[in-house]
Design a protein around this ligand. Structure first.
Ligand code: DGY
Length: 323
């Protein structure tokens, strides 16, 4: 008998089609009534879940008695209560690697966009303000040759660092839990404590996963360590940065600007950030290109398929549950 797969966020027709070859696939559909009700109705019979952007733990999964695997269409897995998954023996998979380069592209567009005030001056031009050569008040900051600080030199951090080092001739400094001798050699990257990095970098790029250790890693004290001319870029998770402290730092000129893709609460509908011209705000689009989202969906299907067919999935987050 075919096992049941339930999608917990929108999935593409191609994803559904591939899964249907081996499984019964349920995709809650707003046209057929309340999405949450359809999800809750299907959950007790689901062997596998696939999707992104939903908190899943004891409260949500207690009724999912047959659940074997959750396949997340994301690299980050802070939405899932891993301790609970382990207690229940539920496998969790994610989609690393396939989004590394696209996410690094986006990070770099935030570096460039905030330094050269791209969105701000686009809005200014379209508002009909361009009547003479722009005045120094609208000048930006250089990117090339400036110091790039990477907080968390994992795969995505390294891809960002490569862009800076080889594309923009930027010296790279990094902080994290461990030294990366190979990357130090490849990129000439130099290890720093977080405090040293904050004081030295012209662009501080946050790429660490969210955990209890990194929640509010950047708050008032850390922002005050940064240069007044420096920019903070966050493409990791919103709660890594204390957003109220960031707003204050941007308002008061403690730092020059910020480029943000992630927020404490998403989606971000209202925020003091919207009133700040030196905050460049994007709607969590690190991996949002057609090619990369398709690759992520495909990898998530591979993982889910493998797990439900009894093969060890490629991207198992909690190998201890695999028997
Ligand atoms: C990821 O893959 O973790 C992206 O940030 C989407 O959540």
């Amino acid at each position: 008998m075919k096992k049941n797969v339930l999608a917990f966020s929108r999935v593409t027709p191609a994803t559904v089609e591939r899964l249907q070859q081996d499984f019964n696939v349920i995709v809650p559909d707003a046209r057929q009534g309340d999405i949450a009700a359809q999800f809750n109705e299907a959950l007790p019979e689901a062997h596998g879940l696939i999707g992104v952007g939903r908190k899943l733990g004891r409260d949500q999964l207690e009724g999912a008695g047959k659940l074997e695997v959750v396949s997340s269409i994301s690299v980050g897995y802070d939405n899932y209560d891993l301790a609970y998954f382990n207690e229940r023996g539920i496998a969790l998979t994610n989609t690393p690697d396939v989004l590394t380069e696209s996410t690094a592209d986006l990070a770099f567009s935030l570096v460039m966009g905030s330094a050269r005030r791209v969105a701000e001056l686009d809005a200014w031009t379209k508002a009909g303000n361009w009547q003479a050569t722009i005045a120094p008040g609208h000048f930006g900051s250089d990117v090339h040759g400036k110091t790039l600080g990477i907080v968390g030199l994992g795969n995505i951090g390294a891809a960002i660092a490569r862009r800076g080092r080889f594309g923009f001739n930027m010296p790279v400094v990094y902080s994290g839990n461990s030294r990366k001798p190979q990357l130090e050699q490849e990129l000439g990257a130099q290890f720093r404590s977080l405090d040293q990095l904050l004081a030295e970098a012209d662009f501080v790029v946050i790429v660490v996963p969210l955990s209890e250790a990194t929640r509010k890693l950047i708050s008032t004290r850390e922002l005050q360590l940064m240069k007044p001319s420096a920019f903070l870029i966050n493409i990791a998770r919103g709660p890594v940065v204390d957003e109220a402290a960031l707003v204050e730092a941007l308002r008061s000129g403690t730092i020059r600007g910020a480029g943000l893709d992630v927020y404490e609460k998403e989606p971000l509908r209202e925020s003091p950030l919207f009133q700040l011209p030196n905050a460049l705000t994007l709607p969590h689009i690190g991996s949002a290109t057609a090619e990369t989202r398709a690759a992520m969906a495909s990898r998530a299907v591979d993982n889910l398929r493998a797990a439900l067919l009894g093969e060890r999935p490629q991207d198992l987050v909690n190998p201890q549950v695999w028997k």
